[in-house]
Design a protein around this ligand. Structure first.
Ligand SMILES: [Mg+2]
Length: 266
């Protein structure tokens, strides 16, 4: 593996980094990650923080990353909410969007040019990770789909890593709606779908071999990288155990204990 990764690093331009479990765990950086990220930049690699989490806007992520001493620019954070903006703008420009989401994220989507509405007769119903979810919001969202809106979701993750206990994420909201009404999303934007990868390749005008997806989850991060034909690196600093890896049909190109070890391959 050592030689292969060394060789791959010569052509890779962009490190697409999952966040929780990959560069930090909750509020703690993994090892000396700030140093590792600086090292990658010194080697001329560009970084994009790629997250399925659509509960926060980009400014909040940049604040969090800076608090951990990770240098971060707002154009380096790419969330599934921003992926949804690009997807809707490219394919359904101007159509109205009823968002199940936090006020923060609704504001961000508006600022990025989406026609966000509270109407139950919107063209599109977009489910995000709404950590301000209420029963009323959920019912309105379902009514909107029932009224004929196209149903999209930002990401499929069922749970959000947390120190004490896994917390319900957007994927569990998707299930709740499916169980109650039978509605399922036509499109899910986040990893492992290729939407965000396709957007990046087009926006940066680069081929897949210029990217490596680094993450701690096989069925989202690594599957995404495989689906996009990117290089993939699984880090064992988060969710995946050796047992899970052995049984998984999704195999990463490279496996490291943590991203900090990448320094040994330059
Ligand atoms: Mg993760």
């Amino acid at each position: 593996m050592k030689n292969d990764l060394r060789k791959a690093l010569e052509e890779i331009e962009y490190f697409l980094l999952d966040m929780d479990g990959t560069i930090y765990l909750s509020d703690d950086p993994i090892g000396d990650m700030a140093n590792t990220l600086n090292f990658l930049r010194e080697k001329g690699k560009k970084i994009i923080y790629l997250t399925n989490n659509s509960s926060k806007n980009v400014i909040k992520y940049v604040e969090k990353l800076k608090k951990l001493n990770f240098y971060a620019d707002s154009d380096e954070v790419y969330s599934s909410a921003l992926g949804a903006v690009e997807y809707i703008t490219d394919n359904y420009k101007g159509q109205s969007v009823h968002v199940l989401g936090t006020e923060n994220v609704k504001e961000e989507l508006k600022n990025k040019g989406l026609n966000v509405t509270e109407s139950l007769h919107a063209d599109i119903a977009l489910l995000t990770y709404d950590v301000e979810l209420t029963y009323e919001k959920l019912c309105n969202f379902v009514k909107c789909i029932n009224n004929g809106a196209k149903y999209f979701a930002t990401h499929p993750d069922a749970c959000c890593p947390n120190v004490e206990v896994f917390l319900p994420d957007a994927g569990s909201f998707i299930k709740m709606i499916e169980v109650s009404n039978g509605f399922t999303p036509e499109v899910i934007i986040g990893k492992p779908s290729t939407v965000m990868g396709d957007n990046l390749m087009r926006r940066l005008n680069l081929t897949p071999n210029k990217f490596i997806m680094v993450g701690d989850r096989l069925h989202t991060d690594i599957k995404f990288g495989v689906n996009c034909n990117f290089y993939t690196m699984l880090v064992m600093s988060g969710e995946t155990t050796k047992e899970v890896l052995e049984k998984s049909p999704t195999k990463p190109d490279f496996i490291l204990d943590s991203l900090n070890d990448v320094k040994n391959y330059f």
